[in-house]
Design a protein around this ligand. Sequence first.
Ligand code: PLP
Length: 401
Amino acid sequence: MNPLLSKLQPYPFERLRQLFAGVTPNAHYSPISLGIGEPKHATPEFIKTALVNSLGGLAGYPATAGEPRLREAMAQWIQRRYDLTVDPATQILPVNGSREALFAFAQTVIDPRWPTPAVVCPNPFYQIYEGAALLAGAEPYFAPSDPARNFAVDWDSVPTDIWARTQLIFVCSPGNPTGAVMPLDEWKKLFELSDRYGFIIASDECYSEIYFRDEPPLGGLEAAKKLGRDDFKNLVAFTSLSKRSNVPGLRSGFVAGDAAIIKQFLLYRTYHGSAMSPIVQTASIAAWNDEAHVVENRVLYRKKFAQVTPILAGVLEVALPDASFYLWARVPDALGLSDTAFAKELLAQYNVTVLPGSYLARDVAGANPGAQRIRMALVADAAECVEAALRIVNFVQSKSK
Ligand SMILES: Cc1ncc(COP(=O)(O)O)c(C=O)c1O
C-alpha cells in the first residue's frame, strides 16, 4: 500500500457522523441539514434535455482534451464573464468537476524529489487541497484566514523558509467556508511571491457565480490580466458547473491558464484516464452558453441570504459573505459551547445539522481558525433555511439564559 494514504485525515462529514453517533435528534422537529455544501436548487430542464439528446455520443471514446466546440464554449464564457481572451487550443482543458482536477493537478506539478516540497493552503480550507498535497509527497502548510480582514488569508504569516520550498499554492476565492473574495492587491502580492519563489498558483473558483454584491467576484485570470500578466504565468484557474448550474452530479468544469502547465496537465490526464463523457460535454456546452439560469439561481440565493442572515445575526456573529452559499458564524463565548458541542446539542434539541468549523481547519501553533465557528450551507429552499435559522435563534436564546 502507498504509505502516504495513512496521512489522510477523515473527511469532515465522516467526523460529523462520528460526532452525531448516539445523538437522538428531537423527533418533534423535521430534520433540516445545513451541513453539506451540495447544491439543491433544481437542475435546469434544458441541461437535462441536452444530456438525453446526446446519448448517441456513447459509441466512441472521448479525447482527454475534450471536443474543440466544448473548449470554445468555455473560452467564450471566460470572454463574457471576465472580458479575457484565452486560446481554447492551448489554455483550457475540460475536467470532471473541480475536485478531481484540484487533486490531479497537485500530482502533476509537485516534484517529490525536493527534500520537502511544500504546498500552501488557506486555513480553513477545502480538504481536497491537503490530501492532494500529501499524496503528491508534499507537506501542506496552512496560512490562517483573518476574521478582522474579511477572512483574508494572511499570506504574510508564511515564513520565508516555507516559501522557499513551496511548489504549489491553493487559493480559494470565493472561499469555502468564509465566502471571502480575494482582492486585486492580494493577487499582486501572490504573483510577486510566485515570481520570486517559482511556485504555481491553483485558483479554485467554483463559487464564482453565487455572489451578493453588484460586482461579480474577481477571477484569478482576470487579476493576472489587470496586472499585465497576459500569459497567466504559473497560474491555473479551476471553474465548475456544479454550483453555477446546479449540476453537481454532472461532474463538469474546466481549468484555464498557463499554456505550458495545461500542456503537462493534459499529458498527466491522458494517462490518468479522465476524459469527459461526450454526453456530459454536450450538456456542458449548453450550460456554459446560457446565463439566464445562472442569474435566476443567484436571485434565489440572494433572497434566501437576505432573509436568513438578519435572523441569525440577532444571536450569532455572522454577516452576509461576498459570495458562495455559506454562512460562517461565530459561536458566542457566553454560551460556553465549543463548535462541536454547539452542533451536537443543536441536533439533539432542534434537529438542525450544522458543520463545526474546526473540522474545516487544522491546528497550527495551538490555534484552530475554525474553532468556535460553524458553517451553514444555505442550499435547501428558503422556507427550510428560515425555519432552521429560527430554531437556531431559539437554541442560542435557551442557552444564553
Ligand atoms: C472549495 C471547493 N472547491 C471545489 C469543490 C468541488 O466541486 P466540483 O468537483 O463539484 O466542481 C467544492 C465542492 O464542494 C468546494 O467547496
